[in-house]
Ligand binder design. Structure first.
Ligand code: AMP
Ligand code: ZN
Length: 501
């Protein structure tokens, strides 16, 4: 992507390398006329592809949800936050969503954890599921249309395994059932894994295993002593991890879904296995667009529970940071780039939010000259187009944010010089709304016991009256009392402005 500077003040048009038309006699203005549609990088084709759902407007989307054996860390939340940006961008483009996310509530680590603590699977996973949902809400992640639990779909999984067996894709050994990857010639197409020497695949029956070695994977695990199990036509046991996602995706979304998302560590073997099971079962393409988020890193290593280099959202809040700052940090870098987590980065995110909110306040309180300035209106239009173009380009949030901050700089200057008029306000506010429909960081978190806007305004008016009456002690007391509640007052040319910290 290149950008072309046009002759207008600060006006920039995104050049997409496709088609430019000379505009005007000076020969310096180049305007892009062709609208670039929403594009995603598809891991399967390894290319940027124009997005179009099979049904026209309804997007069927599946997300691998958390394994609830512990608090979810902010690395996991990078992937879930990417999905939130994806959802909101799709909706902003007029699509309807049918999004399913699973909760993996039966798996090796869960069983180990529950047994160690002497709890039932249900009791053990409930606390972490609830914590996940609470953290997601604090990060303002939208809930998918359907949240589904693996343990509620055991019967569906058994039926699919039976179907795979009828089609000769499985074999049994010591009470467990395995998928024979040699029976599915397309195995490896998503991850581009080289199968030479591996296709005969030794069996593996754990949920986690080496990432560079293609193996026949377990569909149904025979129950071991002390472990939970379900009685079924396959014997007493429990499903392997991979089968749950194929079953729940197809049950709610149909045999071919539009988008499947997850972190890059799921490409192999989890998603490769999902494709093998699903396509061997239906004979149809399982997923049209595979989208994978890169990792959140810590000093060059993936943030992960096993390395112990992780922070939960709770850890971060305890250190005095707001969930808004984490949300901003996680989504400000394009999802296909690794992102290094540092506390300096988190502080910078908080400062960026502050700038955005200050701008919003300035707009809300500005005293502007009458009329509208068409040149500045054009500047707003450009910013709005650039913002959308960034997101349309495989959710390039960094480009989208650059459009916002460049605009804020120009709008501040225009307000200082009087070039920003009353008639320009609605456009600027609409742009902020367009931004916040995706980024959702402008509204400060409101504590349950917080003062309402009306209560704050009443106190601000009391303070103004006290100042007029030269009762400065009372005015200062009101300011201090509000500050204690996290409300900051600022005396400006245009009167008193207040904001929540
Ligand atoms: P899990 O609960 O381990 O199944 O992980 C839930 C989601 O988080 C999956 O989509 C993983 O790919 C993703 N994930 C795990 N670690 C990271 C990380 N450090 N950065 C980004 N995503 C991650
Ligand atoms: Zn999955």
């Amino acid at each position: 992507m290149r950008r072309v500077q046009t002759s207008g003040p600060g006006a920039r048009f995104r050049a997409d390398g496709l088609k430019f038309k000379r505009d005007g006699a000076q020969g310096v203005n180049y305007v892009v006329y062709r609208h670039m549609p929403l594009r995603f990088y598809n891991t399967y084709s390894q290319r940027l592809e124009q997005f179009q759902p099979q049904d026209g407007r309804r997007v069927r989307m599946y997300t691998c949800g958390p394994t609830v054996y512990h608090y979810v860390h902010i690395g996991n939340f990078r992937t879930f936050a990417f999905q939130d940006v994806l959802r909101r961008t799709l909706r902003a483009r007029g699509f309807e969503l049918d999004h399913v996310m699973n909760i993996t509530d039966v798996e090796d680590k869960i069983i180990r954890g529950a047994m160690e603590r002497g709890l039932s699977l249900d009791d053990y996973t409930r606390q972490y599921t609830e914590a996940f949902l609470e953290d997601s809400a604090n990060l303002r992640l939208e809930q998918p249309e359907r949240l589904v639990f693996a343990t509620h779909h055991i019967g569906d999984m058994v039926r699919m395994i039976e179907g795979l067996s009828e089609k000769q894709h499985t074999y049994s050994s010591e009470g467990s059932v395995y998928f024979r990857i040699g029976s599915f010639p397309e195995y490896g197409r998503l991850s581009k894994i080289n199968l030479a020497g591996n296709i005969a695949g030794a069996r593996v029956d754990v949920d986690e295993y080496e990432k560079d070695d293609a193996r026949d994977f377990v569909l149904w695990k025979a129950r071991k002593p002390g472990e939970p199990g379900w009685d079924s036509s396959l014997g007493c046991g429990r499903p392997g991890w991979h089968i749950e996602c194929s079953v729940m995706a197809m049950k709610y979304l149909g045999e071919t879904i539009d988008i499947h998302t997850g972190g890059v560590d799921l490409v192999f073997p989890h998603h490769e296995n999902e494709i093998a099971q699903s396509e061997a079962y239906t004979g149809k393409r399982f997923v049209r667009y595979w989208l994978h988020a890169e990792h959140l890193m810590v000093e060059g290593q993936k943030m992960s529970k096993s390395l112990g280099n992780f922070f939960t959202l709770r850890d971060i809040i305890e250190r005095g940071y707001s969930p808004d700052a984490i949300r901003y940090l996680l989504i400000s870098a394009p999802y296909r780039k690794q992102l290094n987590f540092t506390f300096d980065g988190l502080k910078a995110a908080a400062t960026s939010i502050e700038r955005l909110r200050n701008f919003m306040l300035r707009l809300n309180n500005a005293r502007l000259g009458a009329g509208a300035n068409p040149e500045f209106e054009a500047r707003t239009d450009t910013a709005r187009r650039d913002f959308d173009a960034g997101l349309d380009d495989d959710l390039n949030t960094a480009d989208a944010l650059a459009a916002v901050f460049e605009y804020i700089r120009d709008a501040n200057t225009a307000m200082d010089t009087g070039a920003f008029r009353e008639g320009n306000l609605a456009g600027a506010q609409a742009f902020l709304q367009q931004f916040d429909a995706v980024f959702d960081v402008l509204k400060p978190l409101v504590r349950e016991d917080a003062l309402s806007d009306a209560e704050i305004e009443a106190r601000v008016a009391d303070r103004t009256a006290a100042k007029k009456a030269k009762d400065f002690a009372r005015a200062d007391a009101i300011r201090a009392e509000l500050l204690q509640q996290g409300i900051v007052l600022e005396d400006t040319r245009d009167g008193v402005r207040w904001k929540r910290k």
